[in-house]
Design a protein around this ligand. Structure first.
Ligand code: SF4
Length: 74
């Protein structure tokens, strides 16, 4: 059963905490307590432009496939 829903995530090691994404897409991302952004809604972020919302390339797609070099640390 494949669900091809895109899941976005912020790669914390690339995020510089500029806040552009939460300004451009407040329903899709917000700033976390560590000063970096987190994705709160992949669907909304998709509408805002997805990975292009971050000018620093810190937003990636995580749909079970390999995403660059970042590991989730939860
Ligand atoms: S726009 Fe990119 S670098 Fe800036 S806070 Fe959002 S994810 Fe981080």
């Amino acid at each position: 059963m494949e669900n091809i829903k895109k899941e976005y995530k912020v790669m914390k090691d690339k995020c510089i905490g500029c806040g552009s994404c939460s300004l451009a897409c407040p329903e899709g991302t917000e700033m976390d307590t560590d000063g970096k952004a987190i994705v709160i809604s992949s669907a909304k972020l998709e509408e805002c432009g997805g990975i292009n919302v971050c000018p620093y390339g810190a937003i990636g797609i995580d749909n079970g496939v390999e995403v660059n070099d970042d590991e989730e640390e939860e």
